[in-house]
Design a protein around this ligand. Sequence first.
Ligand SMILES: O=C(O)CCC(=O)C(=O)O
Length: 251
Amino acid sequence: MMLAPATFSTEQYQQEGCTGPIQFCSLEEAAAWREQFYQAIGQEESNPQPTDHNLSAFHHRHRWAYDICSHPTIVDAMSKLLGSDDVVLWAMHFWYKEPGNGKFIPWHQDANYWPMDPAINATAWVALGETFVDNGCLRLIPGSHTKVYEHTEQSSDSAFAQGISGVDESNAIDVEMQPGQAVFFNEHMLHGSKPNISSTARVACSIRYTTPEVTFAMEEWGGDKERIKTFLVKGEDRFHNNDAIIGTIPE
Ligand SMILES: O=C(O)CCC(=O)C(=O)O
């Protein structure tokens, strides 16, 4: 099933854990950013290949990626969804699937992995290229955010070691998107995606936002510590809980 045409509603987000997609930039802007993405991984869009490039935290290294993360339309949406005038950007990751990429991303809830206290997050999942069922578009289960699921070991064709097995997919939606669209979901939303069985690469990224009162327990975080840096993209930080991990905007 496809998500209904572009909608943005804080009520929907509260009730279902997700809302969107919205068109936040033009097709031309999305194409220009897509080109910069390929350049950054040393490839050309006309010949997308597997990559072993580090796909995390592009916004620490590339100004164009920071510009996507701090795009006023996305930040404004985040402010509404988080219900806060103060918005902190804390992570970004590219979810690139070249044609024929056979890995699936298992159903999971992001809060299961993150060192945040309290676990408050809104993700903007941004399509820089077209996403559709056959290239492994994002899948969501609206309403699934009200329950915490157990994450267990996955098979070798899973992109993650841990995920949720045996999920009832009857209410799952395939979020097919145009370049320059963003869909939003919270930290407990069940989401994942299938392999790319098409000849079109899927170029997309997730951008994570929270509010200044959240503390990142970096000592508990087993992942790459450089991945998590905070950038105040709107308002004020009256808490200073994360001054030790403030990021630097690239030139
Ligand atoms: O892009 C995908 O297929 C999965 C994205 C994801 O897991 C996330 O944004 O947390």
